[in-house]
Design a protein around this ligand. Structure first.
Ligand code: NAP
Length: 487
C-alpha cells in the first residue's frame, strides 16, 4: 500500500512533497527511504542533500535574512499565528503522517500535533514582547541601553521521536526573533518536516526564511554549514553523544549552541503517595510515545512500604495495553522506530535478567514484521545494571526499592544526565526538599507530564545547554547589544 492510499480520507496529498525545500523551491530527489515501523514497508523516498545543497540553503537563508529581521514583529507574529491555525485545522492529517513514519499511537500523535502547534501560538505572542533594558550606571557616568537583535542564520537539527514538536520548538522562537533557518530533520521522519514546511508556505512564511534539507550524511553536511561564517546558531535536539560531537565542531567557528540532549529520568514514589495517582503518572511518564521520549521515566525508585503494591498495579496496567500499528484506532503502544532500537532494548533487559532481574510482564521482543517490543516491568534490578544508567528509549520500566529520602536522592543523582525527574508524595515540604536535592532541569511533582510551551524545557549536567520554550526561549536566538549613552 502506498503512503497516499494509507492516508486517503485524512490527508491532502499535496502536503507531501518529497524533496529538499530551499529558497521557497521544492527540489525533487531520492536516496532516503522512509519506512513504516509498524510493518517495515517503504512509505516514500526523500532527497539526500549533499554539502553543496546545504550551502545553497545557507545562501537562501542569507538572501531572506535582511528582509526578515526588519519585518515588524506584529507581522512575524501573525505569520506564526496562521501557521498554528493551519496545523490545528490539519491536525488529523498531520497526526496520521506522524504515526505512519514514526510508529507512535494516533492518540500520542494527536497530542504531539497539538503540543507542536502551541509553540507557534506561544511564539506568535512572544514575537511582540522582545525584552530590552534601560538603566543608569551606579556611578552615574552614563546610561545603559540593552537591545536584543536576531542572532543570525540558524541551523536546527531535530530527532525522530517528536518530528513536529522538536521542529516547531526551534522554528517558532527563531522566526519570532527575526532569524532565518535551515532545518535538518532526522532521516527516519522527514515527511512531517516537509509537510510542516508546506503549511508554513501557506501561512505566508517568505521564501528562504525556512529551508529544509534531509541527508544521509549529517556529519559533513552539518560541519560545512557550521564552518560557514554566515551561520551563527546551532540548535540541536538529540542524543548526548552526537551533541558532544557537534559542540566540538561548533567551537571551531565559535557558533552559539543550544543543546537538548538525552535523559535518564528518575521517578520517585514515597510511601505516603496517592498510589492510583502515582500509577496514572507512571503510565504517562513511561508510555507516552511508547517510552521513546527524552523525559521518559527511566528508573522507578519506590519506597519499601508501597513497593509491592506499586509493582502489582504497574504490571497490570502495562500488561493491559493494546499493542499494534500506530495508526490503528485502538493501539495504545506502537512499534519502536527501528530494528536497532528493539535490539538495544533487548540487550539492556537481557543483561539485567542475567544479573538477577525478573520481568513481571513482557521481557522479550515480539516476533513478526514491524519493530515491536512489549510493555515490560522489571523488578530486583541491580542498581549498577546498564539499564539503570543508559537511556532505555522504550516501554520498559525497571523498579528499584529504596528505604530513605537521602537514598532516593542519591540514587536519582547517580547519572551523567539531568533532564527530567518525577516525585510522588502527599507531603509538599518533602517534595520541594527532594526537588532541590535532585540535579535536574525539570521536576514533575505528583504529575507525569511536564512539557508545556510556556515553560522552560531543558536539562543540566550532560542533558544539555540552554532552554527552549517559556519566556526565555526566544533569547536563545538573539544577541544582547549594549549601547553606552553619554548623559
Ligand atoms: P541522534 O542520533 O543524536 O540524532 C538526532 C539528529 O542528529 C538527527 O537529525 C540525526 O540525523 C542528526 N545527526 C546524527 N549524527 C550527526 C552528526 N554527526 N552531525 C550532525 N547531525 C547528526 O538522536 P535520535 O536517535 O534521533 O533521538 C533520540 C535522542 O534524542 C535521545 O537521546 C533523546 O533523549 C534525545 N532527545 C532529547 C530531547 C530534549 O529535548 N532534551 C528531545 C527529544 C529527544 P540522522 O537521522 O540522519 O542520523
Amino acid at each position: 500500500m502506498t503512503l497516499h492510499t494509507k492516508i486517503a480520507g485524512y490527508a491532502d496529498p499535496s502536503l507531501h512533497a518529497h524533496g529538499l525545500y530551499i529558497g521557497g523551491q521544492w527540489e525533487k530527489g531520492a536516496g532516503i527511504p522512509v519506512l513504516d515501523p509498524s510493518t517495515g514497508e517503504v512509505l516514500a523516498e526523500v532527497a539526500d542533500a549533499s554539502v553543496e545543497n546545504a550551502l545553497r540553503a545557507v545562501d537562501a537563508a542569507e538572501t531572506a535574512a535582511s528582509q526578515w529581521r526588519q519585518t515588524p514583529p506584529r507581522q512575524r507574529s501573525e505569520i506564526l499565528r496562521r501557521w498554528f491555525q493551519l496545523m490545528t485545522d490539519r491536525a488529523e492529517e498531520l497526526a496520521t503522517l506522524i504515526s505512519l513514519e514514526n510508529g507512535k499511537a494516533l492518540a500520542d500523535a494527536r497530542g504531539e500535533v497539538a503540543y507542536a502547534a502551541e509553540f507557534f501560538r506561544w511564539y506568535a505572542e512572544e514575537a511582540t514582547r522582545i525584552p530590552g533594558e534601560y538603566r543608569h550606571t551606579p556611578s552615574g557616568s552614563h546610561n545603559i541601553l540593552v537591545d536584543h537583535e536576531p542572532i543570525g542564520i540558524s541551523v536546527l537539527i531535530t530527532p525522530w521521536n517528536f518530528p513536529a514538536a522538536m521542529a516547531t520548538r526551534k522554528i517558532g522562537p527563531a522566526l519570532a526573533a527575526g532569524c532565518t533557518v535551515i532545518l535538518k530533520p532526522a532521516s527516519e521522519t522527514p515527511l512531517t518536516a516537509y509537510a510542516m514546511a508546506r503549511l508554513g508556505e501557506e501561512a505566508g512564511v517568505p521564501a528562504g526564511v525556512v529551508n529544509v534539507v534531509t541527508t544521509t550524511n549529517p556529519g559533513p553536511v552539518t560541519n560545512a554549514m557550521l564552518a560557514d561564517p554566515r551561520v551563527r546558531k546551532l540548535s540541536f535536539t538529540g542524543s548526548t553523544g552526537v551533541g558532544r560531537i557537534l559542540l566540538a565542531e561548533a567551537a571551531k567557528s565559535v557558533v552559539s549552541c543550544s543543546m537538548e540532549l538525552g535523559g535518564n529520568a528518575p521517578f520517585v514514589v514515597f510511601d505516603d503517595a496517592d498510589l492510583d495517582a502515582a500509577l496514572d503518572g507512571a503510565m504517562v511518564a513511561k508510555m507516552r510515545n511508547a517510552g521513546e521520549a527524552c523525559t521518559a521515566a527511566n528508573r522507578f525508585y519506590v519506597q519499601a512500604g508501597i513497593h509491592d503494591a506499586f509493582v502489582e498495579g504497574l504490571s497490570k496496567r502495562m500488561a493491559g495495553l493494546k499493542i499494534g500499528k500506530g495508526y490503528d484506532a485502538d493501539t495504545q503502544c506502537g512499534p519502536m522506530i527501528a530494528t536497532k532500537a528493539v535490539q538495544k532494548i533487548d540487550q539492556l533487559v537481557s543483561e539485567a535478567v542475567r544479573r538477577g532481574a525478573r520481568a513481571t510482564t513482557g521481557g522479550a521482543p515480539l516476533p513478526g514484521s514491524g519493530y515491536f517490543y512489549p510493555p515490560t516491568v522489571l523488578v530486583d534490578v541491580p542498581v549498577d545494571a546498564s539499564i539503570a544508567h543508559e537511556e532505555i528509549f522504550g516501554p520498559v520500566a525497571p523498579v528499584y526499592r529504596f528505604e530513605s529520602e537521602e537514598e532516593a536522592i542519591r540514587l536519582a543523582n547517580d547519572t551523567e544526565y539531568g533532564l527530567a525527574a518525577y516525585v510522588y508524595t502527599r507531603d509538599m515540604k518533602r517534595a520541594m526538599r527532594v526537588g532541590r536535592g535532585i540535579e535536574t532541569g525539570m521536576l514533575g511533582i505528583n504529575r507525569g507530564l511536564m512539557s508545556d510551551p510556556a515553560a522552560p524545557f531543558g536539562g543540566v549536567k550532560q542533558s544539555g545547554l540552554g532552554r527552549e520554550g517559556g519566556v526565555t526561549g526566544i533569547l536563545e536566538f538573539m544577541e544582547a547589544k549594549y549601547y553606552a549613552i553619554e548623559l
